[in-house]
Write a protein that binds this ligand. Sequence first.
Ligand code: HEM
Length: 207
Amino acid sequence: MTQRYLRRYRDATRMNHWFVALMFFAAALSGLAFFHPSLFFFSALFGGGPWTRILHPFLGVAMVLGFVFLFFTMWRENLLDRSDREWIANAPKMLAGDKASMPPVGKYNAGQKLVFWAFGLSLLLLFVTGFMFWSPWFVHFFPITVRRIAVLVHSVSAVVLILSVITHIYAAIWVKGTLRAMTRGTVTEGWAKLNHPLWHRKMTRGE
Ligand code: HEM
C-alpha cells in the first residue's frame, strides 16, 4: 500500500518559520549572556561582549518582524473556541498517556494555540520594552523609572518565550511524525487522522 501525504505548510511558511527559529536562538543566547554572569560565556558565540551587546537588539527585531508574517498567516487557525476548553480539561489525562479521551481537534489543538498566543504576547512585550532601553538610540526618550520597569518586563517576557519554545519543541518531537510538517511541509494521512481528525476530514473532503 502506498503512503499518502497531506500538505500542511507552504514552502514560504516553512522558510518563514525556520528564519524565526534561527533568530530566536541567536536573540535568546545573546540575551542570556547579559542575564546572569554565569551565562556570559554565550557572548563568545557572537564575537565577545561588545559585539553581543550591539547585535542582540537587531537579532531580536529580526525575530519579531519574522514572527509578524507567521502571525498573520496563522492567527485565524489559532483562535480558541468552545471545544478547546474540553481539550484543556482533559490535557492531564493525555500527558498520562491516555490519548483516547481527547476530543477531536482541527488544524491545531488547544495546547498549540495557547503556545501560539504566548509567543505573540511575549514577543510583543519584548519588542516594545526593548526599544525603551536600547542605548544609545531610543533610551533618552524614556524616564529612568519607565526604563527600570521595561527591563523587568523584558526579562519576564524572555523567560515566558523561552519556556514556550521549549514546550513547542518538546511537543514537536514527542508527537511522532510532526517534525516533517516543518521539514517537508507534509504529514502522513495516519498522523493527520490520529492527531488532527477534523483537519484530516477537511483536507480529504469529497475523496
Ligand atoms: C528548533 C526549534 C523549533 C522546532 C523544531 C519547531 C518545530 C515546529 C513544527 C514541527 C511545527 C509544525 C506543528 C504542526 O503543524 O502541528 C511548528 C509550527 C510552528 N512553530 Fe515551530 N519549531 C521551532 C521553533 C519555533 C520558534 C522559535 C517559534 C516562534 C517563536 C515557532 C513558531 C511556530 C508556529 C507559530 C507554528 C505554527 C503552529 C502553531 O500555531 O502552533 N517555532 N514548529
